[in-house]
Design a protein around this ligand. Structure first.
Ligand SMILES: [Mn+2]
Length: 330
């Protein structure tokens, strides 16, 4: 039994609350955080929503979106007023919170559903059976006696659409469909929200997709693996878009694909290089352990890692480990 009551008590006792989510905020982290922000403000709390990196503008339609504040360096984190409680939404470990981890605070509530969550909070609401962090948050909202109104339902609906890939991934359970039906009963325009989340590309974004497609490779040794590799030069040529979105879905969309990856090379502020890796698999195949072997995490069928190094050395390593994982799993 997860400590929802303990978390609710900490929140009732708090005057100030900071909500946050992981680096590269997504539909689940943002939707979960905004649903909590709306509910806690109604309880009279002083609430801020700090995010550790820039947010894709496509989420601008969500209620109270303008409240998101980017806090992406330590100096900025240190000048934030103290909060009695911080709620981390959808982050598997404290490193994923970037600079926001360092804000002055009392209790840390870690609300998440990733299998690899490190339980870094003082109170850990980590439900690995939760289909989205929004589902986990809905148990906390219930404990707080919050009414799920139109705005909160819009935010929660966004979390499930994002994390189930519009009810396509293996976490699309009967329970989450019933949970979603309850949100639709509140009167949200589900179809409109889906359009807002899906039809978001600028011409520049599509130009990037074109470059990504040119770099799509089906593995010669193991044709059930396919991926995209974008080095810094390719990304510069494409014009780094606001949101790379679901790049990994391109190799995944191939008939017969079981394991897909997307690798993007990026120079850090401190001059060092990293490769951001996204990986996906179809059940029963699992790639969570591969992401973990590179210091990352996530779910069994959807995981990622930020790997120090340049593309020419990292890409073959990732491919080798994915081949090994697939071979072990049959
Ligand atoms: Mn999530």
């Amino acid at each position: 039994m997860l400590p929802y009551a303990t978390a609710a008590t900490a929140l009732r006792d708090a005057q100030s609350v900071i909500i946050t989510t992981h680096i590269g905020p997504d539909g689940d982290g943002i939707g979960t955080g905004l649903a909590l922000l709306l509910a806690l403000e109604r309880l009279g709390k002083d609430v801020r929503f700090l995010v550790p990196s820039k947010v894709a503008p496509l989420y601008g339609f969500l209620p109270q979106f303008s409240r998101l504040q980017v806090v992406d360096d330590l100096a900025l984190a240190k000048v934030q007023a103290r909060a009695d409680v911080v709620i981390s939404c959808d982050a598997g470990d404290k490193e994923r919170l970037g600079a926001v981890w360092s804000v002055d605070r009392g209790v840390m509530i870690n609300l998440d559903h990733h299998a690899t969550n490190t339980r870094f909070g003082d109170i850990n609401l980590v439900d690995v059976d939760g289909e989205s962090s929004g589902v986990v948050a809905s148990f906390l909202l219930k404990e707080l006696g919050a009414t799920i109104d139109h705005d909160i339902a819009t935010c929660l609906y966004t979390t499930i659409i994002f994390d189930t890939g519009r009810f396509m991934h293996s976490n699309t359970t009967p329970r989450c469909l019933r949970w979603t039906a309850d949100l639709m009963d509140v009167g949200i325009d589900a179809s409109e929200i889906n359009r807002r989340l899906t039809y978001t590309k600028s011409p520049k974004d599509l130009a990037c997709t074109a470059i990504a497609l040119q770099r799509l490779v089906v593995d010669e040794q193991e044709p059930r693996i396919a991926g995209i590799t974008l080095d810094e030069a390719a990304i510069t040529a494409a014009g780094d878009p606001d949101d790379w979105g679901d790049l990994v879905e391109l190799p995944r969309s191939l008939l017969g694909n079981q394991v897909a990856y997307a690798l993007r090379e990026k120079k850090q502020k401190d001059g060092t290089w990293v490769v951001r890796a996204s990986m996906r698999s179809n059940p029963p195949y699992k790639i969570g352990a591969v992401a973990q072997s590179f210091g990352g995490g996530g779910h069994q069928q959807a995981a990622g890692a930020t790997i120090p190094g340049r593309m020419p050395e990292i890409a073959p390593l990732v491919l080798t480990r994915l081949r090994e994982a697939l071979a072990q799993q049959g």
